[in-house]
Design a protein around this ligand. Structure first.
Ligand SMILES: [Zn+2]
Length: 180
């Protein structure tokens, strides 16, 4: 028997698993409910133990992950296959206009004494950034990346750090004060 089989964790209601949405929190079963919840992004999932699948219900169509014993894989929208065609389309959407504008900017350079010689290169960069951010935004929409949860987490983490630092400073001042 390969050792990986022995170390693999089966999916059940007693276990604690990484959250596939925020990848920060842990998901565990919710009392009195046949569901699991994340302690960080508060997302709620239903579990299919037979198929070792987790389903996120807060969106339509729901997102589904499969547990392979170690982590969540095969992210998919229920009934939707995001295959290579989409990846190719997305790459073309980003690269094609950028390349065309880049070629034009390269082949038809402006008069070097013109005041805006930097414009074509900036324009090429902007084309890339805008098209790229449209794809990123689409992915965020499709996979419902919990940006607000990340943001809350970062704020919470910073608050904790500030409290700890100021407490430490306060203590430090106290010691100096006593010595004087
Ligand atoms: Zn989460």
């Amino acid at each position: 028997m390969p050792s990986s089989k022995i170390l693999a964790v089966p999916l059940n209601y007693q276990g604690i698993y990484p959250c596939p949405v925020c990848r920060v929190g842990k998901i565990r079963d919710m009392p009195l409910m046949e569901a699991m919840g994340c302690d960080f992004c508060h997302e709620i999932f239903t579990v299919n133990l037979e198929q070792e699948q987790l389903k996120m219900l807060s969106r339509q169509p729901p997102l589904i992950w499969r547990w392979n014993g170690f982590n969540w894989t095969e992210t998919q929208l229920e009934g939707v296959e995001l295959g290579w065609g989409y990846a190719l389309g997305a790459s073309a959407f980003v690269l094609f206009p950028t390349i065309i504008i880049g070629i034009v900017a390269y082949n038809f350079p402006l008069d070097p004494h013109a005041p805006i010689t930097w414009l074509p290169s900036i324009w090429t960069c902007l084309t890339f950034l805008v098209h790229f951010s449209i794809i990123v935004w689409l992915l965020i929409e499709i996979y419902q990346v919990p940006i607000s949860a990340y943001w809350r987490g970062i704020i919470r983490w910073r608050e904790v750090r500030t409290t700890v630092t100021s407490a430490r400073n306060f203590q430090g001042n106290g010691v100096i004060g006593n010595g004087e």
